[in-house]
Design a protein around this ligand. Structure first.
Ligand code: GDP
Length: 296
């Protein structure tokens, strides 16, 4: 595999030529390059440390030390470890529930929740042939409710009205009742987000979770947040039993480190990637391709 990292490792290995065999110290030098590559990709430092420790365990065995091409061998290990970390347990949206299957969308304001709610509605209609209802519990921003209405229409789904005078829990219960009576397969619940972690809002979304018993609780996170995504991910992981992640704005992020950080911190699978502002800009997350992006 050709990458910026494999080029660097090849150069290092050339300098080692003439030695009888690759030593542990050589592997340490190579691991330093891997560490740099991950930091340049904007992976969070604690996540890098953990990752390097796992790679080191494998590299210190025969795989690298005994290899004819140690640089390539190490890149191979790094690549496999990246894919294993980011890709384990990846699956489509789980709808295994008594209909309507409820999907709760959680994340900071601006992360792309509303846009992604509509993208997901379109995906579920077109790929899974489901009847989908959306509702907004964002009673703090009337514009957010209107925005969901507009994008839901574009998605070809139905929208359940809500208003800033209502309580989010009442909205959610009314929407669930409507979805049941009208035989919807899926209810997508968009929620309020603030610009920073906020205890009141976290309590609100926990209450929503308890009342709705969603089959999926998705954490929507902006890939361009890079290593800052870690703190957001920690806060949401502590507040909610997350079942999946959707990384948005991948089109604007060339480094790709957030995927590794958020996956490792939450333990939840990355299900989809947002790749444009448009309603069809949602792709199934591809760990293999993303690993190539991180390695540069
Ligand atoms: P919310 O506050 O979490 O509901 O975020 P919005 O859905 O309103 O999205 C915030 C901004 O990000 C909007 O301008 C969206 O068009 C944009 N956005 C959302 N997802 C993506 C994506 O995958 N790629 C790009 N380029 N923009 C996105």
């Amino acid at each position: 595999m050709a990458s910026a990292l494999s080029d660097k490792l090849s150069r290092l290995v050339k300098e080692m030529r003439g030695q009888a065999r690759i030593t542990e110290a050589n592997v340490q030098d190579m691991l330093r390059e891997v560490r740099m590559a991950l930091l340049e990709a904007d992976v969070a430092l604690p996540v890098v440390r953990d990752f390097i420790a796992r790679v080191k365990d494998k590299a210190m065995g025969h795989e690298v030390v005994g290899s004819l091409n140690p640089g390539q061998a190490l890149v191979g290990i790094v690549n496999r470890e990246l894919v294993a970390t980011m890709g384990e347990g990846v699956s489509d949206i789980n709808l295994a529930a008594q209909p309507p299957a409820v999907i709760l969308m959680a994340g900071l304001q601006g992360a792309g929740k509303t846009t992604t709610t509509a993208k997901l509605a379109k995906h579920l209609i077109e790929k899974r042939r489901k009847k989908v209802l959306t509702v907004s519990g964002d009673v703090y921003r009337p514009a957010a409710i209107e925005q969901l209405r507009t994008v839901t229409k574009q998605a070809g789904a139905e929208w359940f009205p809500s208003s800033p005078e209502q309580k989010p829990l009442d909205i959610a219960r009314a929407a669930l009742d409507h979805a049941r009576k009208q035989y919807f397969d899926v209810l997508l619940v968009d929620t309020a987000g603030r610009l920073a972690i906020d205890e009141v809002l976290m309590r609100e979304i926990r209450d929503l979770h308890a009342a709705l018993n969603p089959v999926e609780t998705l954490f929507i996170v902006d890939a361009m947040q890079g290593q800052d995504a870690v703190n957001t991910a920690k806060a949401f992981r502590e507040a909610l039993p997350l079942t999946g992640i959707i990384l948005t704005k991948m089109d604007g992020d060339s480094r790709g480190g957030a995927a590794l950080s958020v996956r490792q911190i939450t333990g939840a699978p990355i299900k989809f990637a947002g790749v444009s502002e448009k309603i069809d800009g949602l792709e199934v997350f591809d760990a293999e391709r993303h690993a190539g992006r991180i390695l540069g």
